[in-house]
Ligand binder design. Structure first.
Ligand code: ADP
Ligand code: PMV
Ligand code: MG
Length: 297
């Protein structure tokens, strides 16, 4: 399963305001096999959980445990011991929707294991339930984008595919800069933002930017909107000095950039222009890794 980038509207979208997201090509896979305990192994977390039951409170594995519970419950399957092995190209907790990708891939692998046919709508519904329960407060952005692919508009917690914007974005070259490890989970950041009494003022501005972006057909204008959105995210206190440093460089050597996802560190999405070689030279000492990316259907 793929990952996602939020181009506009993170956090605001949790309150029904508009967001624009796109699916990108970083994959996750989950292997399911019979076992004599519940065993969850994650290569990325370099961690294995072994348990007699699903009532264990391991925060690192809460998404997987909730996926198992909701899957068994939804299909009236008596829980049985399984081993799940998770491998992902997505950096964990960095704003690229690793949680949604892992949930969706786990659901698909479980449905194959039990010979249950699930269509995209079934997967989306179940995945969103897991994301919401585990995150506390969550929009459909990540689970919808990763299930359906392409470029989506999310508003009032409903989605529609933006086929015109998709055509424009297909011609864009994006670079994801993984700037720094995030020590908070999305759930923590969503909670922190929810405590800001001025958040709606900012969200309204973000909504306007996302609305404008849908109509844009020019990379320079699109990049300026990314930068404007980033300035507003700074006011929600979800950016960091390291992220802002990368954005400052990107202002000079790209069309524009912003933090993506819940923030507190993690990744920046950059819309590349012809200066991309110079950009990479100047940011490479300020990042953990770089991922060129394209929208995928
Ligand atoms: N490869 C993985 N293996 C196990 N759990 C994962 C993996 N990727 C993501 N997760 C789960 O998702 C959580 C990160 O989700 P979240 O904080 O929403 O960040 P994001 O979705 O932006 O990556 C992790 O703490 C873990 O519970
Ligand atoms: C902050 C938020 O808008 C996006 C979170 O994305 P991520 O989990 O950081 O990839 C939360 C949500 O939409 O549920
Ligand atoms: Mg997440």
């Amino acid at each position: 399963m793929v990952a996602k980038v939020i181009l506009f509207g993170e956090h605001a979208v949790v309150y029904g305001y508009r967001a624009i997201s796109m699916a990108i090509n970083l994959n996750t896979s989950v292997k399911v096999e019979k076992a004599d305990k519940f065993i969850i192994y994650s290569e990325n977390l370099n961690k294995t959980l072994v348990s007699d039951n699903l009532e264990c409170n391991d925060r690192d594995f809460s998404y997987i445990i909730n996926t198992l519970k909701i899957f068994f419950n939804n299909f009236n399957i008596e829980p049985e011991y399984l081993k799940l092995s998770i491998y992902s190209e997505i950096p964990v907790s960095c704003g690229l929707g690793s949680s949604a990708s892992v949930i969706i891939e786990t659901l698909k692998s479980l449905s194959n294991f039990y010979n249950i046919e699930l269509d995209k709508n079934d997967i989306f519904k179940l995945a969103y339930e897991v994301e919401r329960i585990t995150q506390g407060k969550a929009s459909i952005t990540d689970t919808a984008t990763i299930t359906y692919g392409g470029v989506l508009e999310i508003k009032d917690n409903k989605f529609r595919k933006l086929n015109d914007l998709n055509d424009f974005i297909k011609e864009c070259d994006f670079l994801i800069a993984y700037v720094e490890k995030r020590n908070k989970k999305t759930a923590d950041l969503v909670k922190e933002v929810s405590n800001l009494d001025y958040k709606d003022e900012i969200f309204k501005e973000i909504d306007k930017i996302a609305k404008e972006a849908i109509k844009v057909n020019d990379k320079k204008e699109f990049g300026e909107l990314l930068l404007k959105n980033h300035e507003l995210l700074k006011k929600l206190n979800i950016s960091t000095n390291k992220i802002d440093k990368v954005i400052d460089i990107a202002k000079k050597y790209s069309y524009g950039a912003k933090i993506t996802g819940a923030g507190g560190g993690g990744c920046v999405i950059i819309l590349l222009n012809d200066n991309w070689k110079e950009l990479i030279k100047r940011i490479k000492n300020h990042v953990i890794s770089l991922y060129p990316c394209k929208v995928i259907l």
